[in-house]
Design a protein around this ligand. Structure first.
Ligand SMILES: [Zn+2]
Length: 120
């Protein structure tokens, strides 16, 4: 999956948790095969409801999310919000904008990114 080219594209893309999942998978596992962060096994099942993976090898922490082993791991914030936020920061850093414009953009982005499911 390609990185979104514009902020709007990022907001649209990452407001869907399934897109976030696919994006994270493509970033972490370029061959698209998700591996268990504990034992490295490829025998993992994705549980759509809980948005968790379950390793079929018996060990502690069989269930894991895509945040495990990343800088997002300890955050209670959902992945889609992180991806949206980091995309936002990238765009803002590279564009010359007035403070008011930045504020307006932030408010809009927050409206889209941060109203996404609170179910995580
Ligand atoms: Zn495992």
């Amino acid at each position: 999956m390609d990185s979104p080219k514009t902020l709007l594209a990022a907001i649209n893309l990452f407001s869907d948790p399934e897109n976030c999942r696919q994006f994270m998978v493509s970033v972490r596992w370029p061959n698209g095969v998700v591996r268990c962060p504990t034992c490295g096994s490829e025998k993992v099942t994705y549980m759509e409801k809980s948005r968790l993976y379950n390793c079929r090898t018996k060990h502690a922490k069989q269930k894991f999310s895509l945040k495990v082993g990343t800088i997002f791991e300890d955050s209670p914030i959902g992945l889609e919000k992180w991806l949206c936020g980091s995309s936002l920061r990238q765009r803002m850093g590279s564009v010359r904008m007035s403070f008011t414009d930045r504020l307006a953009l932030l408010k809009r982005a927050r409206g889209s990114c941060f109203t996404v499911s609170a179910s995580q």
